[in-house]
Design a protein around this ligand. Structure first.
Ligand SMILES: NC(=O)c1ccc[n+]([C@@H]2O[C@H](COP(=O)([O-])OP(=O)(O)OC[C@H]3O[C@@H](n4cnc5c(N)ncnc54)[C@H](O)[C@@H]3O)[C@@H](O)[C@H]2O)c1
Length: 340
């Protein structure tokens, strides 16, 4: 990723206009394409905050790390613009994402597709699953979907089998499915405890259990488990959720030690507050939704909540070869919440 304000060496020769979409904010920018020492650069036609020119090399010698051949992708976070080219980090790989119909799972499915993966999404909510697979197919790329509950061994087996039957192999497993629970211990009923542990923790076990034999037979793979900042630090009224996410981090470390000898790398992703339907439900169900939304926005030192795509980039890193030395680690993307 390169950012510059341009300079005297910029050559306007061969300039072309081009529309580039910001997928996060649903905005389209007009950009000019310019040649710069043989590389293509994009100059934004309008000045946005202090960043006015962004350079991206596309498959050119000057920028060897940028070997992708896809369209540039502009995203804007926290009032800044980040531009990255798509590099085919998962080119040809088969990726299975649980909870892939919504929120972080769906954003990750989209990013994985952009990076060349063939993606199978699974979810127990059939309605959102159908909508998500239609949305993802509309973007192009190969997508399959399978309904099921990650808390069930039988369903987990059929999710893995669907990916393997459809795409011939399984290279990446992202165990993202999960549910929230905000309740003090005095109010937590046994059924709620079981539901949270089943979805958030047992759901990792069932999926990993079925994915590992396939990955071993292929010579390796990557597994990303979904933890949370609340698996690291405690907050009030979160005994079931905190226990499930703390368990995910421990489970991840434990299996990472065993599985690395088969070239299977396992790591967990620990996001902070992220704008998803799960989070919105928490706001809607709270006694004072306006106050809850304000508290969420001011939760972390960064003073905003994450966009799901920002978390998806963490999943991409852990799923791809770029994290080749990460084993049993916990990638915390929390806007600084746990550093205080
Ligand atoms: N949103 C946040 O602030 C946040 C922060 C940290 C961690 N997380 C974790 O990220 C993950 C995704 O959450 P999200 O915010 O995108 O929520 P979301 O509700 O938008 O998506 C979760 C998806 O998982 C599915 N799901 C839930 N239980 C399932 C089960 N037993 N079997 C199959 N599918 C199931 C749901 O139907 C839903 O489509 C969860 O594990 C959550 O704990 C979220």
């Amino acid at each position: 990723m390169y950012a510059s304000r341009g300079g005297p060496n910029s050559s306007p020769g061969g300039m072309q206009s081009k529309e580039v979409a910001d997928p996060v904010h649903n905005v389209t920018f007009t950009v000019r394409q310019i040649r710069f020492h043989g590389s293509r650069i994009y100059s934004l036609s309008e000045r946005i905050n202090s960043l006015s020119v962004i350079i991206v090399g596309r498959g050119v010698g000057n920028f060897p790390s940028h070997r992708g051949n896809h369209d540039a992708d502009i995203t804007r976070y926290a009032g800044r613009i980040v531009m990255s080219d798509r590099q085919g980090r998962l080119e040809g790989r088969s990726a299975l994402i649980t909870g892939g119909a919504s929120g972080i799972g769906k954003a990750t499915a989209k990013l994985f597709l952009e990076e060349g993966a063939k993606v199978t999404i699974c979810d127990r909510n059939v309605e959102v699953l159908d909508q998500a697979s239609a949305d993802l197919r509309a973007l192009g790329g190969e997508v399959m979907s399978v309904a099921g509950d990650v808390g069930s061994m039988t369903d987990a087996a059929s999710m893995v089998q669907t990916a393997v039957d459809g795409f011939g192999r399984l290279d990446v497993l992202f165990c993202c499915a999960g549910i929230a629970s905000v309740m003090p211990i005095s109010e937590v009923k046994e059924e709620e405890w079981d539901a949270v542990i089943n979805a958030n923790l047992k759901g990792m076990f069932t999926m990993v259990k079925h994915a590992v034999p396939q990955m071993r037979s292929q010579g390796g793979g990557t597994i990303v488990t979904m933890g949370s900042e609340l698996g690291i630090v405690a907050v009030p009224e979160s005994p079931a959720y905190g226990a499930s996410k703390g368990g995910v981090i421990s489970f991840t470390r434990s299996i990472a030690i065993d599985l690395i000898r088969y070239n299977i790398r396992v790591n967990s992703l620990c996001p902070g507050i992220t704008k998803t339907p799960l989070l919105q439900a928490e706001v809607d169900l709270s006694l004072d939704p306006e106050r809850t939304a304000r508290e969420q926005a001011e939760w972390a030192p960064i003073m905003r909540i994450a966009d799901p795509r920002e978390i998806a980039y963490g999943a991409l890193f852990l799923a791809s070869d770029e994290s080749s030395f990460a084993v049993g680690s916990c990638l915390v993307l929390d806007g600084g919440y746990t550093i205080r």
